[in-house]
Design a protein around this ligand. Structure first.
Ligand code: NAI
Ligand code: MG
Length: 352
């Protein structure tokens, strides 16, 4: 029996509504496997926890979470109770940083039954592999001469180690898929870091002759996500470019409520974290209509992460069938509740 020991952090808002559903789905799909079991430990870390304890998590919260095989997280943020930068820097960012989750992966695909904002899109299915620890998002730089002569300098950090690491991951990922990899660059405008990025990418193409590669400038690439998303398989991008591309990816899918994501630790020292793209959606919280699919699909990514690819595929097929059959929450044009959608998914898992 394989036991996966999960830290479950529902967090705030709709995170609290969808997490119990996603956990029930995981339990059901593990039973299909027979030799797999999820063990759950629930953590109340959230903005409400902050109001009660003056902090987003226990002082030894990181130590506690570290003992799990993975972290399954809902959403964090309740701006009415706690300023967003406090909740983000008190929970999400410490997890990503302390646990060296250096890669962020977000798949996007056209899901039958969900209307994409693109008119008549061809079927697309791609994955953005984003560098998650350095690049444009650095604290290096400064400001001087406050006032009319003020200067702000923001440095981007591209290490050979970090760049090779994300590209290696992307090449490996492409090898398991359609063997097509696109590098998001901007070496025509950014003088140092992007030519370096291109060089590393080019040297790696020689190590993976089976993978068909292309480099596209980020501005054109953004346009292609809209005009011909079906031409992409895996896309590798720096932290900033990846951040923007992944939101665009979620947008062309049709709803942020269905988009999954994973923050991956590569050195095996710490757990990876699986969380949907969306936030706590305070505008719909409490109505029972949040779309559970982003969280459930994120669970599918977790199955993939633990090598249960076949099971992951089965789960995604069921998600797509359920949506195609019209079991949809209001964000994707339906009138079903969170619970009705997840119950239908569980019902079909049990029929496998
Ligand atoms: P949001 O993603 O919570 O909501 C944006 C829009 O999408 C809203 O109209 C919402 O109703 C809708 N939406 C989101 N998830 C949905 C779901 N599962 N089903 C149906 N509709 C859904 O982003 P927003 O409003 O900017 O942020 C709200 C709070 O969430 C803030 O405190 C923010 O900091 C936090 N946040 C947290 C994230 C995380 O935990 N990773 C990511 C994004 C925002
Ligand atoms: Mg973003």
């Amino acid at each position: 029996m394989i036991t996966i020991n999960l830290a479950v952090v529902p967090g705030d808002g709709v995170g609290k509504e969808i997490m119990p559903e996603a956990v029930d789905v995981l339990t059901a799909i593990a039973e299909v496997h027979g030799g797999l079991k999820f063990q759950y430990e629930w953590y109340p870390y959230s903005c409400e926890y902050y109001i009660e304890h003056g902090k987003m998590m226990d002082d030894d919260g990181i130590e506690k979470l570290k003992n799990h095989d993975a972290i399954f997280l809902g959403a964090v943020g309740n701006p009415k109770l706690v300023a967003d930068h406090v909740s983000l820097w008190g929970l999400l960012l410490p997890i990503r940083r302390e646990f060296e989750q250096v890669i962020n992966i977000r798949p996007a695909k056209l899901v039958k039954g969900v209307s994409s904002p693109l008119a008549n899109p061809s079927e697309f299915e791609f994955v953005v592999v984003r560098e998650n620890s350095e690049g444009e998002y650095s604290e290096v730089g400064g400001r001087i001469h406050k006032g009319p002569d003020e200067i702000a300098i923001q440095n981007a950090i591209f290490t050979r180690k970090g760049t090779e690491r994300v590209m290696e991951y992307a090449f490996q990922y492409a090898m398991q898929r359609r063997r097509h990899l696109t590098s998001a660059t901007k070496s025509n405008g950014i003088f140092h870091s992007m030519p370096f990025w291109d060089e590393v990418f080019h040297s790696m193409t020689e190590r993976y002759p089976e993978v068909d590669t292309q480099s596209i400038h980020i501005d054109a690439l953004s346009a292609f996500f809209v005009s011909k998303p079906h031409t992409f398989d895996v896309i590798v991008a720096s932290n900033l470019f990846g951040d923007i591309l992944t939101d665009l990816g979620a947008a062309v899918m049709g709803s942020i409520g269905i988009a999954p994501a994973a923050n991956i630790n590569l050195n095996g020292k710490y757990p990876s974290m699986f969380e949907p793209v969306h936030g706590s959606a305070p505008d719909i919280f409490g109505k029972g209509i949040a779309n559970p699919i982003g969280q459930i699909w994120t669970g599918k990514m977790m199955l993939d992460h633990f090598g249960e690819l076949e099971l992951g595929t089965k789960l995604l097929n069921i998600i797509e069938e359920v949506v195609a059959d019209g079991f949809k929450t209001p964000d994707i044009g339906g009138s079903f509740t969170t619970k009705e959608v997840s119950s239908e998914i569980i019902k079909r898992i049990k029929m496998l």
